[in-house]
Design a protein around this ligand. Structure first.
Ligand code: MN
Ligand code: MN
Length: 315
């Protein structure tokens, strides 16, 4: 493959401007199989802000990651041409303008034949990514790791914020409800009516109690059964317990461990992945050692390995 992470034997891991895993920064998606792209936007946040700083910090904390996926038994950079395509210049003052920029850039990446891995940003940015991908693939299957359902209808009269992207995605027919599974849901809700939309559209919820009671292997089997056809992963870092991932805007206690999160993402290798994102990392609230950004960068690597597993022809 043309692009490889800089050799840590020639350039120290902490040297040079930070890119994801020290990959080359390549803005033209032509010839790429996977494009890493940041969306430093948190204008859809309802509580603590700061995920606009996520892409930079995740890149910074990705410097230590070595290139072989030991548990997935795959070297993603030998199978896929991967580069860091930089950030989308999302307008910080307008969610509509941000959405236009994201949809256009992800569309260009998809048209060039590359699959995007998006670094948020708050969860509102998944919607324009799905708009761009559904235009090319039709309605996609969706695997959402999150404490929150994000299928509420509106907030302060606004239809777009980080609590509504997947209701909009269903309404706009970007996502097929029957191929949509949410994992790790927990925390106090507004009422039992919060799940009316799920029942109406056939969305599967695997709440945190079921994850812990039945185990990761069972959850992975359920994901594989549900998320057939072209599939997108969206990982809200607040799906992980704030003990492991404190650096986020709307923390909910009692979540996934880091290890459970890794194993769940590893389980996606059998899916037909068209892209994914990791969102809601807010470095302002991170713990010592930037543990949330370290975790997010490693989950991105696991996801990249899952994408490489699904690539039948090594190039
Ligand atoms: Mn959440
Ligand atoms: Mn979310």
């Amino acid at each position: 493959m043309t692009h490889q992470p800089r050799s840590s034997f020639q350039s120290p891991r902490f040297a040079q401007p930070a890119t994801f895993m020290r990959l080359p920064h390549v803005t033209d998606p032509k010839g790429l199989d996977v494009a890493i792209v940041g969306v430093p936007f948190d204008g859809g946040t309802s509580y603590r802000p700061g995920s606009r700083y996520g892409p930079r910090e995740i890149r910074n904390q990705s410097s230590l990651i070595r290139p072989y996926g030991f548990f997935q038994k795959v070297s993603p950079f030998d199978r896929l041409n991967v580069a860091d395509a930089g950030d989308i210049d999302a307008a910080p003052v307008s969610i509509e303008k941000c959405y236009e920029a994201v949809e256009a850039r992800i569309g260009d990446i998809a048209d060039a034949g590359a699959r995007p891995i998006v670094i948020g940003g708050d969860h509102s940015i998944s919607l324009p990514v799905l708009r761009a991908l559904a235009k090319r693939h039709g309605p996609v299957a969706l695997v959402q790791f999150d404490a929150h359902i994000d299928t509420w209808d509106e907030y302060f009269g606004g239809k777009y914020f980080h609590g509504t992207p997947f209701r909009r995605a269903i309404e706009e027919r970007l996502v097929d409800g029957r191929r949509f599974v949410q994992v790790g849901i927990r925390g106090p809700m507004f009422s039992e009516d919060d799940f009316d939309f799920h029942r109406e559209h056939g969305i599967t919820v695997i709440d945190i109690e079921r994850v812990k009671d039945r185990g990761v292997a069972w959850v992975v089997a359920e994901i594989r059964r549900i998320a057939t056809g072209p599939a997108y992963m969206t990982f809200d870092i607040d799906g992980v317990d704030p003990a492991f991932a404190p650096g986020t805007g709307t923390p909910e206690v009692g979540g996934l461990t880091s290890h459970e999160a890794q194993r769940l993402v590893r389980g996606l290798g059998a899916l037909s992945l068209v892209g994914g994102d990791i969102v809601e990392v807010s470095p302002l609230y991170d713990g010592p050692g930037q543990i949330t950004a370290v975790l997010a960068s490693n989950l991105m690597f696991e996801f990249l390995c899952a994408m490489a597993c699904g690539t039948t022809k090594p190039k």
